[in-house]
Design a protein around this ligand. Sequence first.
Ligand code: GDP
Ligand code: MG
Length: 164
Amino acid sequence: SKPVVAIVGRPNVGKSTLFNVLAGERISIVQDTPGVTRDRIYAEVQWLDKAFTLIDTGGIEPDSKDVILSQMREQAEIAIETADVIIFITDVRQGLQDSDAKVADMLRRSKKPVILAVNKVDDFNKYMADVYEFYNLGIGDPVPVSAASRLGIGDLLDEVIAQF
Ligand code: GDP
Ligand code: MG
């Protein structure tokens, strides 16, 4: 069967926007149990000669730091259990956050391939200097993208399929 790729990251970093860009029209919503964070959205994605199943693990929008972190841990656990490759997405505007570092530690320990996407780099000249701090997560080279402006998406997909 096809490789599975999961998107993990804090609320508001742009997971759904990236998911929609990568999925195009081919989205199927799968709800395991309504209202539960383990609800997932699946899409079939084709890039060059490779096809894969993409999962957005984002569920309900949490409203406190404690809930954010526990939901992120749950997302990361789902991704580690089910995915062959994990896209860990962060936000260059908000910068590196404590919860990013904690989830990066979980992902690193899992030994799964992780692609680190730094989103909202809408202007590469303006924001590139702020991308480098994400090297501190210790999960490899950050890939700058702008999901909203569809910049860097091809490079990101190249990195993903190189892991299959
Ligand atoms: P999620 O909570 O991680 O799923 O994030 P969303 O995809 O819902 O996006 C959260 C907010 O960030 C929305 O207002 C998006 O329009 C915005 N956003 C997403 N991607 C980008 C981007 O590349 N650049 C900018 N400037 N905003 C973005
Ligand atoms: Mg979302």
